[in-house]
Design a protein around this ligand. Sequence first.
Ligand code: UDX
Ligand code: UDX
Length: 459
Amino acid sequence: MNITKICCIGAGYVGGPTMSVIAQKCPHITVTIVDINEARIAAWNDSDLTKLPVYEPGLAEVVAEARGRNLFFSTDVDTAIAEADMVFISVNTPTKTYGKGKGMAADLKFIELCARQIAAAATSDKIVVEKSTLPVRTAEALKSILHNTGNGVNFHILSNPEFLAEGTAVQDLHNPDRVLIGGETPEAVNALVDIYATWVPRERVLTTNLWSSELSKLTANAFLAQRVSSINAISELCERTGANVDEVSRAIGTDSRIGSKFLKASVGFGGSCFQKDILNLVYIARSYGLHEVAHYWEQVIIMNDHQKQRFADNIVQTMYNTVSGKKIAFLGWAFKKDTNDTRESAAIYVADSLLDEEANIIVYDPKVSAKQIYADLDYLCTRSPEENRRLVTVIETPYEAIQGAHAIAVLTEWDEFKGYDWKRIKDNMMKPAFVFDGRKLLANNNLSDIGFNYYAIGE
Ligand code: UDX
Ligand code: UDX
């Protein structure tokens, strides 16, 4: 099977960067990314590359190289499907907010819509690739829809989960630890292997059956999140015992069986994947009657919720048990550095908790817009949009945000925060000046020596 045209449905954080890199590395393949969101497609087509809807270091350069050559962004979904040899599904699969499995299961509504649209628009054989993270055995449903509603053409289904992390997406795509492809038809599997093999060493392209591939993605995210919850659990114990969590991480991470990555204590993990995928894993385990398995993985989420809550509680407690009317400056709102993505960011939940205590919150994030910050808070439905705008102010320059603040809370580990003039910041704050560092980011900035009351996670 010779692939010359690819269509990807979903121009989000996964579809956009992944397909841009495929187009960059495979100039002989025409890649069209489609999306029902017109504004998003317009932003991908904007001649001003700073307006791309996804901020990722290095992405603008990749788009600049391939866009208009063999990379196209469009809202014409049917035409792109009809012309493609291979169709990637990269639409979102959020946690269900209604009905059976509410709050746990993945909502596959968009996946099914895509399958029906592919079936209706396809007039030639297609390889359909699951790029979105999906519950194990989703390919079965896809297959059934495609074969029962199609125009009599053949569909081969592959699972090709994406392991890129936001903030390092381009680097991860250029140099992946592995690419995983699950499928039943060797010709279809090989067609996708050949695409990746253009730039990824073949031994790093793993092939498995469909179900192993689907389940591996959920498992990888569950293991990664588990490490964060594990070190966060230890961070609380460090705070009580005089141990330092960074020192503990270093000490255990040098054991090659444990490894040093993903052992950074934090205010809690966020992002669109970890929580959603674990909830999904828990739901699947329960649906098979595996209650101990479900209970085991659920603890990872419970620990993460606890970590966010205790960070907020510690701020209130330390500031003499009241933050009412006090100005608390948030440095960072994104769920991690080097991304404008805020989905499930710990900052949202910490803010919500402090707003319950009637704090005034001033937010500065180098890449997140005020519109997004208010949308995140409004989405919680804890208080009215007017109330959120009354209590929360978003400021575009850090020094202005901090002016007159009673406390600073570091929620995202943006590098630029380390380079600030902390003496100047202290001089412009209310006294005593508190810093609550949810990322242990400013450990080397000698904040205590400057005169701050400095509290870091796990210290
Ligand atoms: C999403 C999922 O969160 C992740 O689990 C999965 O692995 C890949 O897809 P992401 O790319 O981060 O990841 O989601 P998002 O940025 O929301 O992008 C999805 C896009 O699909 C949106 O732009 C949305 O408009 C589009 N979409 C959704 C369609 O084009 N058609 C639909 O029917 C539904
Ligand atoms: C994750 C997976 O890493 C990736 O393979 C998958 O494709 C999607 O989900 P992502 O959510 O983009 O990627 O970022 P990641 O770097 O994994 O960080 C997730 C969250 O964990 C962030 O909030 C981050 O700050 C937090 N984290 C990570 C920690 O608190 N400590 C760590 O040591 C690592």
